[in-house]
Structures are given as structure tokens and as C-alpha cells.
Design a protein around this ligand. Structure first.
Ligand code: SF4
Length: 415
């Protein structure tokens, strides 16, 4: 019977053990595909990139073009990409996020076609969070009614500032009065999950206008606030202007002060901080963005959109023309890279330390083991100032002063 042992052993190791473990696991660890060898490919979140804008804002380095010439062809290609990739995930979609660019530039017909493609190819949960980024100058009562009727239930409105001169500095097309009208119209149409995008730390900015702006958002009924520091990105109009002495540069100390005061104001207005730059009324965290920060896999469609499977990162080509012709001619439009263990670890630090709950040690031990977790704790004790980070029995979190140095602290802890 000796001859029977080897094949049986192979069968046990290769198939039966796997099946038993899979049955026991039942996909409970779906959100941790980095560790579970039996995890099903679950990408329950969809990002759709709409790469068109009416004009380019001075600070913007997102992939978008200031022309709508290829919009129709792009929507056709996008719908084909959605259909081609329907087997990329095997479970229900919990969030869809239209980002850009300017998704609010899509016509009714174009948006309708994209929704049809999504519904035909994916199973979207009835209570899925469906967000559309919108610019105030595109928001009309008619568009709002249509967006609501089609199933969009969350708007992320790019207000950016409560001062017309600052909006000019940013190269925005709208003014403060447009912002207020857009926000109030959206609330009157029945959108109760509205996020306002704000940029702080604009040179010479009026802090009082920002603080009263946050109070206005609270009183009006915005549910979420994304507040990012102005950064000068390479190749932007703003960088060019600053180099030529035509625009003022940012002052980091002023930005730090503005951030602290705005966080205090947001909290006083009942917005809870759940990520370095994100605040919400209770229960109104962005489900979509929270998924990114928790390392949950997602699918991305459209030029320059990224997808993440837990072990691999994929990204579409950053050219609208090449994207359209690639999809039509069935040539690849996606590149990918397999993430190394170090990449996965670094990404874990980056995303979790930006969250106000920080790194949950139980999760870290499950994902990376006790030794790596203890090594991180030792490294923090040796290299990071105690007033910048707190280690408790259950979590590692940045303190409020530590948040001001988050980028530096995270990069020091990476391997
Ligand atoms: S900031 Fe938004 S609206 Fe302005 S150019 Fe960039 S993507 Fe377009």
C-alpha cells in the first residue's frame, strides 16, 4: 500500500485541505486578500474617472483635459471597458464613485449610458453609496433632479474656498455665490449626503472667512467635509506662476496654523475627524474613500484610473485618445505591477496612519505577524517623538501635533 501514500498526500495537500479550509473560511476574510490564500477576488468598489474639465485650475495635476471634444467617444469606450471587465469581481458592488476631471459635465444621455453599462454588468447593492463629484457652476436644479432620479445619492461639491479672490488664485470658474446656490439647491432637491471640498492654506487667505464658511456648511446641512492643504504640484499653472514671481508661494507655518484652527472649528460644528483631511457628521463617512484607506480592493474604469486587487495594482493609460483606440481595437490599455511584501506593508502604514483610529494592532498582527508588529513598535519608540505618536494596547495613532508631520513620520517608518 506504500504506493498509495504519495498520491494521497498530494491530493490531501493540493485539493482536499484547500476545500476544507475554504469551507471553514467561507470568505470571512474577504477584506484581507493580502494574507488569505483562499480569498475570493472581491473588488466591491468602483471608481470611474471622467477626464474632462471646462478649464484647468491653477493648482491641479489630476489627469484631465480642458476640452470636451472626445467626450462622446470616451463614454462609448468606457461602457465597453465596463462590459469587458465584468468578471474582474465576483461580488456585489457597495460603492460607485464618479471622479475626475469633472463628472458633472456629463450629459443626461452620457450618464444614463454609463449607468446602464454598470447595471448590465455588475450587481449593485440597493443601498450602494453612489457619489458624483460636481463643480458648483455645473449644478442646476434640472441636473440635480436627474442625478437623484438615476440613483446618485452622494454629491462631492468642489467649493474650495469662501473668498472670491482665493477662488481666482486657484483658477476656479465659480464664485462664492455660485457655491452657496449649488449647495442649497442640492439640499432642496433632497440630497442629504453632501460633501464639501475645501482647500486651506492659500497664501494670504482670510482665516475668518474659512471658519465662518465651515459654520455655514454646518448650518446649511452639509454632511461631510474634505479639507486639503494647498500643495504646489510639478507642472501646474500655479507652479509656473510662482516660479515667474506672478503668484505668491505657500507658507507652511501659516498652513499648519490654518489646519489646526479649521479642525477645531469643524469639530466644534459637530464634524468628526476620521481621516487627516476628512470630517463628517455621525454616520456620514465616505464609504468609498474609507475602503481605500482600509486597503479594500477596488476596480477603476476610464483613463488613468487605478484598480487594486490586494496583491496587484493596475492602472489605465493616461491618454484619452489612446484609451479610446485601445478599447476599440482590443489592445491593452492597462498596466500592472505585483506588489512586494514591502509595498503592501508600506501602503498599510500610509493608509492606516492617516486614519484617526490609526493602526489597529490586532489587524496588523493578523496581516503581518507578531515580529513585524513588535519591530514597528520598537522603531517608533526609538525614532518618533512621543508627543507625535501614541501606542496603546490596541492601536498606534498619530497625535494632533503628530498629524502636522504625518508625511515625514510615515516615510520614516516605511521599509
Ligand atoms: S481641480 Fe477639478 S475642475 Fe479643476 S482642473 Fe482639476 S479636475 Fe478639473
Amino acid at each position: 500500500m506504500q504506493w498509495l501514500h504519495k498520491p494521497l498526500l498530494i491530493l490531501w495537500k493540493g485539493v482536499i485541505k484547500g476545500l476544507i479550509e475554504k469551507l471553514i473560511c467561507k470568505g470571512k476574510c474577504r477584506n484581507k486578500p493580502t494574507t488569505c490564500r483562499y480569498a475570493i477576488i472581491t473588488m466591491p468598489h468602483i471608481y470611474i474617472h471622467i477626464p474632462f474639465c471646462k478649464s484647468k485650475c491653477s493648482y491641479c495635476d489630476f489627469f484631465s483635459v480642458a476640452s470636451e471634444k472626445l467626450k462622446n467617444e470616451f463614454v462609448e469606450a468606457l461602457c465597453i471597458e465596463i462590459a469587458n471587465r465584468k468578471s474582474d469581481t465576483d461580488n456585489k458592488i457597495k460603492t460607485v464613485y464618479f471622479g475626475g476631471g469633472t463628472p458633472s459635465l456629463l450629459s443626461k444621455h452620457e450618464l444614463n449610458n454609463i449607468f446602464v453599462a454598470l447595471e448590465e454588468n455588475f450587481s449593485i447593492e440597493p443601498d450602494a453609496e453612489i457619489t458624483l463629484e460636481a463643480n458648483p457652476d455645473d449644478i442646476t436644479p434640472e441636473k440635480l433632479m436627474f442625478w437623484k432620479s438615476i440613483g446618485i445619492n452622494r454629491l462631492s461639491i468642489g467649493l474650495q474656498s469662501f473668498d472670491d479672490d482665493e477662488l481666482k488664485y486657484l483658477g476656479r470658474r465659480h464664485n462664492v455665490s455660485d457655491s452657496k446656490k449649488a449647495l442649497e439647491n442640492a439640499l432642496n432637491t433632497g440630497f442629504n449626503n453632501i460633501s464639501a471640498d475645501i482647500i486651506h492654506g492659500i497664501p494670504g487667505a482670510d482665516l475668518n472667512k474659512l471658519l465662518t464658511g465651515i459654520e455655514y456648511l454646518d448650518k446649511t446641512g452639509a454632511a461631510h467635509l474634505s479639507m486639503y492643504s494647498l500643495t504646489i504640484e510639478k507642472g501646474t499653472i500655479l507652479e509656473n506662476k510662482i516660479k515667474k514671481g506672478l503668484a505668491e508661494n505657500i507658507d507652511e507655518d501659516e498652513q499648519a496654523e490654518t489646519y489646526m484652527r479649521s479642525v477645531e472649528k469643524a469639530e466644534a460644528c459637530g464634524f468628526l475627524q476620521y481621516e487627516i483631511s476628512n470630517f463628517c457628521k455621525p454616520g456620514f463617512e465616505s464609504k468609498h474613500n474609507s475602503a481605500y484607506w482600509k486597503g479594500v480592493p477596488y476596480l477603476g474604469f476610464g483613463p488613468a484610473a487605478h484598480s487594486f486587487s490586494g496583491k496587484k495594482r493596475m492602472w489605465n493609460i493616461s491618454s484619452i485618445q489612446d484609451y479610446i483606440s485601445g478599447i476599440k481595437n482590443k489592445t491593452p490599455v492597462t498596466e500592472h505591477e505585483k506588489l512586494s511584501k514591502n509595498d503592501i506593508y508600506n501602503e498599510f502604514l500610509l493608509t492606516r496612519l492617516r486614519m484617526i483610529n490609526g493602526i489597529q494592532l490586532k489587524e496588523m498582527r493578523e496581516l503581518f505577524g507578531n515580529t513585524i508588529t513588535e519591530n514597528l513598535i520598537n522603531k517608533i519608540n526609538k525614532t518618533i517623538k512621543p508627543q507625535h505618536i501614541q501606542i496603546s494596547e490596541s492601536a498606534i495613532v498619530l497625535t494632533r501635533p503628530g498629524i502636522m508631520f504625518a508625511d515625514k513620520i510615515i516615510s520614516d517608518l516605511m521599509i
